[in-house]
Design a binder for this molecule. Sequence first.
Ligand SMILES: [Ca+2]
Ligand SMILES: [Ca+2]
Ligand SMILES: [Ca+2]
Ligand SMILES: [Ca+2]
Length: 237
Amino acid sequence: MMQVLPIMTALDADGNGEISDAEINGSVAALKKLDKNKDNKLTAEELRPNFGGNRGGRGGSGIPDRSPASVTQPLKPLPPVAKQIAGFSSREILKLFGAQGRHGGTERELANYRRVFGFTDADRDGRHSKKEYIENGAYLTPQSRRGIFLASDSNNDGFVSEAEYVENRLITDEAKLIFGGMDSDGNNRLTSKELLASGNLKDQKLANGVFKALDTNEDGELVIPEYLRVWGRWARH
Ligand SMILES: [Ca+2]
Ligand SMILES: [Ca+2]
Ligand SMILES: [Ca+2]
Ligand SMILES: [Ca+2]
């Protein structure tokens, strides 16, 4: 496994191996999260792999043990996603979070997504095959690439077209920024407390219902790949 630097992990919120425009825009908050001892400086210690991870601690093999959960979390089939929570439609819920979903993005961002799409479309037929994206891809792990691929392939034809790729990037890059904004302790995990404290959802019943819907493995916290799976469905309704 390749060694991933904490700075990369922090900036690359979706762990797809590249820093997107949206992630660059969120980089100040991401960098601040690396400042573990809150002295407003980033030392070499804090930038070194394995500094103060949640699990396992520092030192050792040099292989980061704080890799995104997408790496280890098996992708179980997602149960049907509720279309209404506490009387709110998924569209209304995303609006409360300030999300524009697939309708967002500046011309520059769209152009950048198309450019990145082209890098992986090796045979230049305008779509990513599973071979191009999952097998030959260079992102974190084949498993996380598989998850991203399946989520992107909206029409389930086994290929990700440029439009599907761009749509997925618009939805997920924004969703990750929103996640980061709510993750107030910066541990890349979101509790229902943090969600409530974000103030996006004023209605407590709604906030609890939304958290429950997102927490598909029912462990009381959300990690980004888990959160994105349900969020991505909502954004495509
Ligand atoms: Ca292709
Ligand atoms: Ca497709
Ligand atoms: Ca947190
Ligand atoms: Ca969870």
